[in-house]
Design a protein around this ligand. Structure first.
Ligand SMILES: C[S@@+](CC[C@H](N)C(=O)[O-])C[C@H]1O[C@@H](n2cnc3c(N)ncnc32)[C@H](O)[C@@H]1O
Length: 360
């Protein structure tokens, strides 16, 4: 089976999304934040190249198999037996992620970590050459691509785990089908300076994009107030044009690299292309999607991060407007994800390949 990890509460959106993609097999929720497509993938995870990169999944477990064991030792042995051949036969580095479902009871996280340590100890004892290729998932500077092997152990209960072993595959829309961070949750450092916690979802988007505004680049931040996103761009040395009906927080207002425009995000247009469009306006999904289309198709920005917000659990079908836009504009990276810091919203992330523009 192929398992997908999502935010708790988004399982039905993910089930619908996978079902709408028309894949053969039965799709169902296995646990909070875990959805599985039965009948997909061989057990070694080899066949996951038709992965649909669902919006509501941040991580995929290709070729996942369910294993059971009553004790730590029994589970570790069963998991070792399941991963031994692919890990031992893999020429490059491997990573091991110990995970739980999205609403774990107390102790399940430490149980998963313990089993992972036991499995590594078995590898160390029995497959020393393979064990030496183990890389820590904390090493974010290490390359993560199709030369790596990702082993994922997901605790569904204390006795029942999903096990997946697969290499990340490049996606036509940029990036890889597997996320490098455990469970697909990119690490976001706590920062007390920004005037709102909204900065967290922007930082998370920068991780996915593997890019962020650089010193001297120009960002337009639509719906900027109170200024979490603006603060995030300013702290990197970017120049920011903040547009909102309300002013940003006083702590930012006098920043020398900030220009505040009080006005309507939907009628604002830059006088020349900018490096980044950032947009977190609260509005109907169609308005945010139209904004993505007009800024990308009009060549007004090189990169963008735009949130699309929903009321209730309906209306996600509006996102079908995005793939044709990406197909037309053909950016180097174009993905849409419900990030860990998104509530009932998703984030559109685009990075074009062209050289930076320094004008506005
Ligand atoms: C979720 S808040 C943005 C939070 C911001 N990203 C931050 O990091 O602090 C949404 C903002 O969109 C603004 N907004 C809503 N409709 C707008 C419009 N048509 N034009 C400009 N701003 C708008 C609101 O005033 C509000 O400040």
């Amino acid at each position: 089976m192929r398992a997908f990890l999502c935010t708790a509460g988004s399982e039905s959106a993910l089930v619908d999304e996978i079902a709408r993609a028309g894949r053969p097999g039965k799709v169902a929720q296995l646990a909070p934040g875990v959805v599985a497509l039965d009948g997909a993938d061989s057990a070694d995870g080899a066949k996951h190249d038709d992965d649909p990169d669902p919006v509501f999944a941040r991580q995929t477990l290709p070729g996942a198999i369910a294993v059971e064991g009553a004790s730590v030792r029994a589970l570790a042995e069963t998991i070792f037996a399941a991963i031994d051949d692919p890990v031992d036969g893999w020429p490059g580095p491997f990573l091991l992620h110990a995970l739980t479902h999205a609403e774990p009871p107390p102790g399940l996280g430490s149980r998963a970590a313990l089993i992972a340590r036991e499995v590594l100890a078995l590898l160390d004892g029995r497959r020393r050459r393979a064990f030496r290729r183990h890389r820590s998932s904390d090493d974010l500077a290490a390359p993560f691509d199709d030369r790596c092997l990702l082993v994922q152990l997901l605790a569904l209960t204390r006795e029942r785990f999903l096990v997946s072993v697969a290499a990340p595959r490049p996606l036509p829309t940029g990036g890889f089908d597997l996320a490098r961070w455990p469970g697909g949750d990119a690490p976001v450092a706590t920062d007390r300076a920004p005037p709102s916690r909204a900065y967290q979802k922007l930082e998370e988007a920068f991780c996915w994009l593997e890019a962020a505004p650089r010193a001297g680049e120009v960002c337009v931040d639509l719906g900027a107030a109170p200024g979490g996103w603006t603060a995030t761009a300013l702290k990197r040395g970017a120049r920011v044009v903040a547009v909102d009906r309300a002013p940003v927080a006083l702590s930012l207002a006098r920043h020398p690299h900030l220009s505040m425009t009080i006005g309507n995000a939907f009628t604002y247009a830059p006088t020349a292309p900018v490096d980044w469009l950032l947009c977190d306006v609260v509005c109907e999904p169609q308005r945010s999607l139209a904004l993505v289309d007009s800024w990308l198709s009009g060549g007004l920005c090189r990169n963008l991060v735009v949130t699309v917000k929903f009321k209730g659990r309906d209306g996600y079908g509006a996102l079908d407007a995005l793939p044709p836009i990406f197909a037309r504009v053909r950016p180097a990276f174009a993905r849409v994800k419900q990030l860990a810091h998104n509530k009932n919203e998703v984030t559109v992330m685009v990075r074009k390949a062209e050289a930076p523009s320094k004008m506005i």
